[in-house]
Design a protein. Structure first.
Length: 815
């Protein structure tokens, strides 16, 4: 241990006190030993340091900071150096605001397009997500502070996120859901990891010994700190045993006491606590050092420009019929769509940033050089069809050469805590598009949203520029792409299915009651569409440019591949070349191809560059559930170089010697997995894959409600009062939506409806403790008076205990 001497000086109570927050954002300090508290702040695409009222839902304002494009956007750049640079800027802002731990990046896999937080995550591919995350982490930590990769792990739905039990087989877990974290830990060297809210195969992630000890610590060698997601602690002692150092936010010492008692009763050894304290002290002391240097502020303008640069590299050109883009110099342009007036540039929830500057398209039109003949909103962002607005927009469109139509998803649809209801963009926007089509066929759509949407209207538009959620400078960046000042070079980091029904997890998303079964196994995103031959609207890795590229001369060696790319068009531009590997043996099922490397190269017209992509430890590996380790199958591998996952430009072969592990599967019992057609795997086959019976996914309505049951379950509680409260919440939700207050309605769902009872204690900073919660649960379970009595008694006890503690502390201070 590094801090043995300090730890020796500490009382048991002091050690335990470090294991949870002092308040909403800070860790505990111990002044007599010179241990300062550290500040943790969101995260991931800007600093959200709240100076006054604190919350984890993005409700109260934070100190202004640069709002960079969100992760879903940045991933489209496929540029690790760029994201590392962005990390450096982020870290600099965090240092300027005295933040020790910046809560990002978020790298959960996009298992399903409807996950409400997809805008905050990178990709459906673990390799790409891991590389981007590692870059961001290196950049942030370059400044001496800590990044915090989250949410570890398999946190892929927002519905019931604090209690849902994710049922996933070990191989899929390793290959799909953990690989990005592995890269973030090993290559990014993140100092902090945030555990997720959900359970993994029956255990809360921060208590899961397999995840936290076997994999994170022993296999990956992580020696940093694990912090719970806010209010995510379930059983503090079990968490500590699994190596969870810090619980956030404060519980006013309640869970520290549980640790002290567990040590006194011999339930856990004091050494376990000491090790956790040692790692936490290391994080505090190493990150705190940076604040000893003179305070340097950041240059708002320079950072804004950096945000613009990141956006420019991340914007994707998805359609360009008849080269409608870049816009011709003298083209008369009609700007239509409310998003041009009021930029949609980030998502809602804990990641919300208070931007230093904010560009809106209309304000930047003049300097862009576009010859705009007018602007019409065309629709109400939160309203229904508005005929008047459509008519005005059509009148304007009829006079233009080209229509720039700014549409997308609103702020409330893409938010933390709630999943999207469908993959559509609002009906009133589509109606507007159809009406404009009747008067002008030269439509270029500029899309603003942070996740995949259906586009049944795609053949009505000639151009499609996807800006995703491009941060505070995004509007300007998009204009630069439209005018050709910037040649688009982004490519999709997620697949765009034609219809939501085509997605492999369609039948098993989200888990509604107890659990969610990942029946599709490793076939998520392109791994599924490609293997099962399901056509998509836009494939993973797809994106156009104003120029064209030719690929040639593939050479495959044991070490990797080299090939040439030539810019065959008239514009300078960047191409993202992708290395995919497929295994020709059919002994072990796997996707047809998987991404194993990529490179972004910038080329002048006519220029050729040789590109090298090296193989690494992940190129040929698969996780064998029989040997319980990574193995290589002895086989012939197909080496593919693609401009997207379906546009393979060069092919090669390589024989790779294997590790001679036994085949872990009985092929005839896993027909869906061997064919890749996993959209409707039977329970029997899934159970065969995971090697055990899965838990009943439905609530046991006969049982009394407990700590881990949610407020939503009050609908079948024994206590009439609880059932009444449930209906009240339902009504409030319905009513708020009805009157158009969707954002407040969402809040009810996230912070009340899906909240487990234990959350009442974990999130009230010690106002309601666990014994008081027991009283509440008695009321819920039909013992109203007994429960109320118990609740009040426990409250009195708690207040008495607190006041005697305050007296003791005051006495110590006076001495
Ligand atoms: C989110 C985390 C966030 C934390 C603190 C939680 O609700 O899941 O991503 O870092 O709040 O705001």
């Amino acid at each position: 241990m590094k801090y043995k001497d300090i730890i020796r000086e500490m009382t048991l109570e002091e050690k335990a006190s470090l294991m949870s927050g002092k308040d909403f954002w800070q860790s505990q300090n111990i002044d007599r030993l010179g241990i300062p508290s550290m500040f943790l702040a969101d995260g991931p695409h800007g600093v959200r340091k709240q100076a006054a009222a604190a919350d984890h839902l993005g409700l109260n304002e934070s100190i202004p900071a640069t709002c960079f494009p969100t992760a879903a956007t940045v991933a489209n750049s496929w540029n690790v150096e760029l994201v590392e640079k962005m990390g450096k800027y982020l870290g600099k802002e965090a240092v300027a605001q005295k933040v020790n731990v910046l809560l990002g990046p978020g790298i959960n896999m996009k298992r399903n397009p409807l996950c409400g937080r997809n805008f905050e995550y990178y990709s459906e591919d673990p390799y790409l997500a891991g590389k981007m995350a590692a870059g961001l982490i290196r950049g942030i930590q370059f400044n001496g502070i800590s990044a915090c990769v989250k949410h570890f792990a398999v946190n892929n739905q927002e519905e019931r996120r604090m209690v849902i039990d994710t049922i996933v087989d070990e191989r899929t877990l390793r290959e799909i859901y953990l690989t990005a974290f592995e890269i973030a830990v090993k290559e990014g060297k993140t100092k902090t990891v945030m555990s997720s809210y959900n359970m993994l195969n029956g255990t809360h992630t921060n208590e899961n010994m397999h995840l936290m000890r076997d994999i994170l610590r022993d296999e990956w060698g992580f020696d940093g700190v694990v912090v719970t997601d806010w209010g995510g602690n379930n059983d503090r002692v079990a968490g500590l045993l699994a190596g969870n150092e810090l619980e956030m936010p404060t519980t006013d010492g309640e869970t520290d006491k549980e640790i002290v008692e567990a040590i006194k009763s011999g339930k856990i050894q004091e050494e376990v606590l000491d090790e956790c304290v040692d790692r936490l002290l290391d994080l505090i002391f190493t990150t705190e050092k940076i604040f000893e240097k003179p305070h340097i502020d950041f240059d708002t303008k320079e950072h804004h420009q950096m945000a613009q640069k990141v956006a420019e590299e991340s914007i994707i050109l998805l359609k360009n019929e008849g080269n409608i883009l870049p816009l011709k110099k003298d083209a008369k342009v009609a700007v239509i769509g409310d998003f041009a007036e009021e930029a949609r540039y980030q998502g809602a929830g804990s990641s919300i940033v208070n931007p230093t500057i904010l560009n809106h398209t209309l304000d930047c039109l003049d300097e862009s050089g576009i010859k705009a003949i007018g602007y019409e909103p065309g629709f109400e962002r939160y309203g229904k069809k508005n005929k008047k607005k459509i008519d005005k927009a059509c009148e304007l469109a009829s006079r233009a050469d080209v229509v720039l139509l700014y549409i997308g998803l609103d702020e409330v649809t893409e938010a933390e805590g709630v999943d999207r209801e469908n993959m559509k963009i609002p009906k009133n926007q589509v109606e507007l598009l159809h009406a404009i089509y009747e008067v002008n066929r030269n439509i270029v759509v500029v899309l603003s949203c942070g996740s995949a949407v259906e586009m049944p209207w795609i053949d009505r538009v000639k151009g499609l520029v996807h800006g995703y959620l491009s941060g505070q400078a995004g509007a300007k960046a998009v204009l630069n792409v439209l005018t050709g000042k910037v040649n688009p070079s982004g490519k999709l980091a997620e697949s765009y299915p034609i219809r939501y029904e085509d997605t492999p997890s369609f039948h098993h998303f989200p888990g509604k009651e107890v659990s969610v079964e990942y029946r599709e196994g490793p076939y998520i995103g392109y791994r599924y569409y490609d293997t099962a031959n399901v056509p998509v609207l836009f494939p993973f890795g797809y994106g156009l440019s104003y120029t064209t590229f030719a690929y040639a001369d593939l050479k495959v060696s044991r070490k990797g591949v080299t090939f040439n790319i030539t810019n065959t068009g008239n514009h300078a531009g960047s191409e993202i070349a992708q290395l995919y590997v497929g295994c020709k043996s059919e002994a072990i099922f796997r996707p047809k191809k998987e991404l194993k490397g990529f490179k972004k190269v910038y080329l002048q017209p006519g220029e050729t560059k040789e590109v090298t992509i090296s193989f690494d430890d992940k190129t040929f590996r698969y996780f064998n559930v029989k040997t319980n380790q990574w193995e290589i199958e002895d086989a012939e591998y197909e080496i593919m170089i693609g401009a997207s996952s379906v546009d393979i430009r060069l092919n090669g072969n390589l024989h790779v010697e294997g590790t001679a592990a036994p085949v872990p599967y009985e092929k005839e019992k896993l027909p869906s997995y061997y064919s890749g057609k996993v959209s409707n795997v039977s329970l029997e086959e899934f159970e065969h894959l995971i090697g055990r019976k899965v838990p009943d996914p439905n609530w046991d309505r006969s049982k009394p409600l407990g700590y881990n049951d949610t407020i939503a379950q009050c609908q079948y509680a024994k206590g009439g009062f609880a059932r009444f409260a449930f209906h009240l919440i339902k009504f409030a939700h319905w009513f708020l939506r009805k009157i158009g207050k969707r954002s407040t309605a969402n809040l009810i769902i996230m912070s009340v409806y899906h909240m487990p009872f234990r959350g009442i204690s974990r999130m009230t900073g010690g106002m309601i403790n666990m014994p008081m919660l027991d009283g509440l649960l008695m009321i819920v379970n039909g013992h109203f008076f007994k429960g109320l009595n118990y609740f009040l008694k426990q409250r009195k006890l708690m207040l008495k205990e607190k006041s005697s503690l305050t007296r003791e502390t005051d006495a110590v201070k006076e001495m």
